[in-house]
Design a binder for this molecule. Structure first.
Ligand code: NDP
Length: 477
């Protein structure tokens, strides 16, 4: 039994959500063509604001502004000068951290303790880190010449963090940006636009155009965009790769995953259970590198499952703004439907569902922490990205079997290994086809560390020195 906690809500008075938002083009908020859409709070279904939907013509205006800023100002500025702006943005993000975290939780549904303690601090760290590179590009190994205008399209699971991953390296390298946040989570990107104004960033260096898939398509297919950076579904990633094929646009794609979190019998089990919980229930499982397949060694499977279920029963689900909340709301009705559908497919395929017994709020989009046992590799719940708080449990007997099962996926973004033996960690890491392998931990992020995938998880790396490569012309050009 868990403790009963008194409500501890974070005040939302710190954020000022306007009734409507325009597009941020050339340093100013403009109306655009007049069409708009609503963004809602997924925990309550309350309409938060009306947001402009950018048309092809609006995107064209944004790209023109970015091009002007690129040729006249940003690409001519020294790296040290560009760094000053990035440092300024990083400091303002820290100063306005609480406001950003509250707004992120309201628009996205993620618990405040995650937006406050994970998302926003890493966002600031990313800007600080790439600010440090701006005047040191000649040591990067990738040259010093920017590409031009970057078109960037990001998803809804980490709205501000994905923005930082895209914008910070682009600007540090001397590129200008047109970025589209996801349709369901535009508000923190628009607050970031205000921060760009506050930092006196030259107009047109960052442009934020809101909209849905069509707006994203207009950005990536715009002829004057030199570089496309996308994070989202494999399906849209493939469409983008097709759309830019034959052009000389440089592309990075960060797509889905179906990571194996592998627990050996010599692992510290309580620690591993925490890692399993963090791996799949962090951010409601809306994480591309989520440890959505638990591979547990057969000899400890019963014990791990028993401890895992006990731990899952203590997770607190509910108001994202409550500081005690572990699991917030699913980001949209559409995503909830997808999670339900795949879970029902799991039932139909013969896997056994276990979920935490809890009262779900009557309004908003909710799904309880869930695990499936009796999962085989052929099951769709073991192969497809559910992108929700649903764990598929499989077992293995030998390290080779674990490797074979872990690699038996079209994806290759991340993996986790839990064992007491350092040598086993190294040998597993060598054999796992995953861009990131965590050992005795999971979902650890740092701006200095490159992140990206193999196979259908995409190509290119974000973060670290490697993240600069995507925004520079290359040392020998
Ligand atoms: P999408 O790939 O559709 O969305 C990612 C971004 O791309 C959004 O900004 C979206 O706009 C935009 N977009 C959509 N269509 C196009 C297009 N043709 N050209 C350019 N940009 C486009 O993901 P969804 O939000 O639809 O989620 C579907 C599934 O994808 C999830 O259930 C999950 O499995 C997976 N996913 C994986 C992510 C990851 O990080 N690996 C992140 C998000 C989703 P808009 O928001 O308006 O649709």
């Amino acid at each position: 039994m868990g403790f009963e906690y008194a409500p501890a809500p974070e005040s939302r008075a710190i954020v000022d959500i306007k009734p409507s938002y325009g597009l941020f083009i050339n340093g100013e908020f403009v109306d655009g063509n007049g069409t708009s859409f609503k963004t809602i709070n997924p925990a309550t279904e309350e309409v938060l604001a009306e947001v402009a939907e950018a048309s092809d013509a609006d995107v064209d205006e944004a790209v023109k502004a970015a091009r002007r800023a690129y040729t006249r100002v940003w690409s001519r500025m020294s790296g040290a000068e560009r760094a000053k702006y990035l440092y300024r943005i990083a400091r303002i993000i820290q100063e306005r951290g609480r406001e950003l975290a509250v707004l992120e939780s309201i628009d996205n549904g993620k618990p405040i303790k995650e937006s406050r303690d994970v998302d926003v601090p890493i966002v600031a760290a990313h800007f600080f880190y790439y600010a440090g590179w701006a005047d040191k590009l000649k040591y990067s190994g990738y040259g010093e010449t920017p590409l031009g205008v970057a078109g960037q399209v990001i998803p809804w699971n980490f709205p501000l963090l994905m923005l930082a991953w895209k914008i910070a390296p682009a600007l540090a390298c001397g590129n200008t940006v047109v970025l589209k946040p996801a349709e369901t989570t535009p508000l923190t990107a628009l607050l970031f636009a205000e921060i760009c104004q506050q930092a006196d960033l030259p107009p047109g260096v960052v442009n934020i155009v809101t909209g849905a898939g069509e707006t994203g398509r207009a950005i990536v297919s715009h002829p004057d965009v030199d570089k496309v950076a996308f994070t989202g579904s494999t399906e849209v990633g493939k469409a983008i790769a097709r759309a830019v094929a034959g052009s000389d646009k440089k592309v990075t794609l960060e797509l889905g995953g179906k990571a194996a979190n592998i627990v050996f019998d010599d692992a510290p089990l309580d620690q591993a259970v925490e890692g399993i919980v963090n791996g799949i229930f962090f951010n409601q499982g809306h994480v591309c590198c989520a440890g959505s397949r638990l591979l547990v060694q057969e000899s400890v499977a019963d014990e791990v499952l028993e401890r895992l279920k006990r731990r899952m029963s203590t997770l607190r689900m509910g108001d994202p703004l409550d500081k005690n909340t572990d699991i917030g709301a699913i980001n949209s009705g559409e995503q909830l439907m997808r999670i339900r559908e795949l879970s029902e497919i799991g039932d139909a395929e013969g896997a056994e569902r276990w979920e935490v017994a809890c009262d779900l709020p009557t309004k908003g989009f909710w799904f309880p922490p869930t695990l499936f046992t009796g999962v085989s590799q052929a099951h769709r719940i073991a192969r497809e990205e559910i992108f929700g708080p649903v764990l598929s449990v499989l077992t293995f007997r030998t390290p080779s079997e674990a490797v074979e099962k872990a690699n038996n996926t079209p994806f290759g973004l991340s993996a986790g290994v839990w064992t007491d033996k350092g040598s086993r960690i190294l040998s597993m890491a060598n054999r796992l086809r995953a861009g990131v392998v965590w050992a005795n931990t999971f979902n650890k992020f740092d701006p200095t560390s490159p992140f990206g995938g193999y196979k259908e998880s995409g190509y290119g790396r974000e973060g670290g020195r490697h993240g600069l490569e995507a925004y520079l012309k290359g040392a020998d050009q």
